[in-house]
Design a binder for this molecule. Structure first.
Ligand SMILES: [Zn+2]
Ligand SMILES: [Zn+2]
Length: 272
């Protein structure tokens, strides 16, 4: 069963990825402006009424835009996330209570969840947000044929345990946040550089993690979208070069590397 995926935008100023097929659609995060997000949906032939749910990775504001949340409230679109994340969100975010009153907050506790046509598995990632942070693997299975996409835009550190959640994925959206040399040469104070190093994967860390995930997979993913690219401490070219080098070492150079942007959608990835 075919799955389409498009990263509408992914930087520290806003994140949103949409995954869909002819049976339904799911968003991961809603951190971009409402008019932009609606335009992106329209461009791929979707509207808010077709969104079966928005999966929140964590509560940082670049993943949950107030106006987009208000739009979801108007259209009755559910916001889903780990129970601790949504509890924290309820305490922090003014729109969360309104979504809750409307029955549109759907907490879950690490178990898998069916959202529209997708079986969704969540996994904890070590990113520093109140209430924790999660990545998601979405799978559509039909008549023995399935496809899986795995999405994690803010990680912090990545280890072998985490790689298991990316095993055999047909498409991966993974952060490749900064180039270590550009971060060091930036005017960011040492404490902030340290925080960024702890909260996000560098290009090298991201490429190593992908190599680890591919190393335990039966096949390489068809496409990898490199996300949450720092505007000041990275470039798409550097992120691409780093990952492409590791994929070539693994003999996985047929895997397509897809660029993501701040305010321009990525190309549409189709798998399955
Ligand atoms: Zn973020
Ligand atoms: Zn974050």
């Amino acid at each position: 069963m075919t799955i389409h995926l498009q990263v509408f935008g992914s930087t520290s100023s806003g994140n949103c990825t949409t995954v869909w097929n002819e049976r339904g659609a799911v968003m991961v995060d809603c951190g971009l402006g409402v008019r932009y997000t609606t335009r992106c949906l329209d461009a791929v032939g979707l509207d808010w009424s077709q969104i079966d749910g928005v999966l929140l990775t964590h509560t940082h504001r670049d993943h949950a835009n107030t106006y987009t949340l208000q739009c979801m409230l108007r259209h009755g679109v559910k916001l889903m996330g780990h129970v601790d994340t949504l509890s924290s969100f309820l305490r922090e975010h003014p729109v969360a209570a309104a979504l809750d009153r409307a029955g549109l907050l759907v907490p879950f506790n690490g178990a898998s969840l069916v959202v529209g046509p997708f079986e969704v598995a969540s996994f904890a990632v070590p990113h520093d947000a109140p209430g924790g942070s999660h990545g998601y693997a979405l799978r559509h299975e039909q008549a023995g044929n399935g496809a899986t996409v795995a999405v994690a835009t803010d990680l912090g550190q990545a280890d072998g345990e985490l790689a298991l959640h990316f095993r055999d994925a047909d498409a991966i959206v993974l952060e490749s946040n900064h180039d270590v040399g550009m971060l060091r040469a930036s005017r960011r104070p040492p404490w902030l550089q340290k925080r960024i190093r702890g909260a996000h994967l560098s290009n090298d860390e991201s490429a190593s993690f992908l190599a680890e995930a591919i190393g335990i997979s039966r096949k390489a993913p068809g496409a990898i979208a490199l996300a949450h690219i720092s505007r000041e401490c990275n470039t798409n070219a550097l992120a691409h070069q780093c990952t492409a080098g590791r994929l070539a070492e693994l003999g996985a150079d047929e895997c397509e590397i897809v660029a993501t942007h701040k305010s321009r959608p990525s190309k549409i990835i189709t798998v399955g």
